[in-house]
Design a protein around this ligand. Sequence first.
Ligand code: NAD
Length: 487
Amino acid sequence: MKAQPKASHFIDGEYVEDTAGAAFDSLYPATGEVIATLHAATPAIVEKAIAAAKRAQPEWAAMSPTARGRILKRAADIMRERNRELSELETLDTGKPIQETIVADPTSGADAFEFFGGIAASALNGDYIPLGQDFAFTKRVPLGVCVGIGAWNYPQQIACWKGAPALICGNAMVFKPSENTPLGALKIAEILVEAGLPKGLYNVIQGDRMTGPLLVNHKDVAKVSLTGSVETGKKVAGAAASNLKHVTMELGGKSPLIVFDDADLESAIGGAMLGNFYSTGQVCSNGTRVFVQKGIKDKFLARLKERTEKIVIGDPMDEATQFGPMVSKAQLDKVFSYVEKGKAEGATLLTGGGIPNSVSSAGNYIQPTVFADVTDDMTIAREEIFGPVMCVLDFDSEDEVIARANATEFGLSAGVFTQDITRAHRVVDQLEAGTLWINAYNLAPVEVPFGGSKQSGFGRENSVAALSHYSELKSVYVAMGKVEAPY
Ligand code: NAD
């Protein structure tokens, strides 16, 4: 299987190569096969990308929002027409089953282009502020050159979730995908140009943690939006702060999912499984601490085990496969080390924890894993594993579970399953998280703001809220009379 792009980078409307950059292979996570070889950006490539963005941005900003929106909506249409092809590429890049990528990856990227393209004509208006005979008005203006840095779990979605609001506000973007998943963003850049985006406005360059700082520290960059771990977030936010750049931080989590004993059991189990095993557990907002009220604990665990053991693990390109490999060997090893810690610290391994039989031994596979009898102090309950490891903890009372759910430095997401609507609202009001669900988990439609609190980050993606993170207000005071000066 090959997915070699025409070149490593996409700058100023075309593919560009610079073989002086360190070569790296892109591996198919299901087999370990090399599917492409690319080169990390050299400083010259970084300069070229930022210069192209800087040159192209003013003319783009001068276009009407409606005209900008039309191009984004055309890009959304092209993405939907090519959903199969893009989803196969996403599956090769990430190892996620085609059953998922076909409904969740290019389509959610297309949703972002469609949504921001659609609101462009109305949501970028300013205000008129009457001041007696004088008045003021505000204008929403772009920031300039924005940098996007992506994680490897939703490469195409992240490229679009950052690109769409940045572009619609009149900015240009230089996007760096994760070195683990370099392929999808190049296609997004190609499609945007095909849809009519002027050259230089959406550039993609490759590289890793050595390349990122070249972008973040660049004097011509006005804003950095990162999706990544808390550790990287601290470095990137710190570097950006030294030049007072705007930042959006979409970081990690250890989110609580609370199941009260009146919950619809099958829905709660379904939510917990989706919130731990979708994308082989590589979802930032996953509800990895599943708090189950004691009265239903035994029933919950029995059905959870039964349903988890029926998950179809296999070749990600097979439409019947529900669960694929981890993105990389390094991530797989990290997850196995947490499984060992869980056992060593006394949690009960309910199911999984090993390598599935039915798959290529060269792939990065691990079984969907559930630990029961997990306590708050265990490492697996405190640290983000970023793999398919569900921790089930039990609780007695509402107040107790809220306090325990909030006892973490993270604050990305949280979920509550209960049939008592008053309790549901009371609990979500007290949970410290940016994105919450009642009787559902991990749904993130483009209309709804998405992002974290505490160490899970700041700023919001999606929805009208994202516009304020890619633009700023200019206030203009207009005097209608003579200036009255006391001197
Ligand atoms: P990571 O932090 O290792 O890398 C993220 C990106 O940052 C990569 O492109 C990497 O090359 C780059 N990078 C690393 N060091 C850098 C530096 N010093 N300066 C600039 N760029 C640098 O994260 P990952 O392993 O790719 O992704 C997993 C993490 O991402 C998890 O913690 C997960 O929770 C988080 N995540 C968050 C969200 C969200 O929306 N909140 C979504 C997906 C993933």
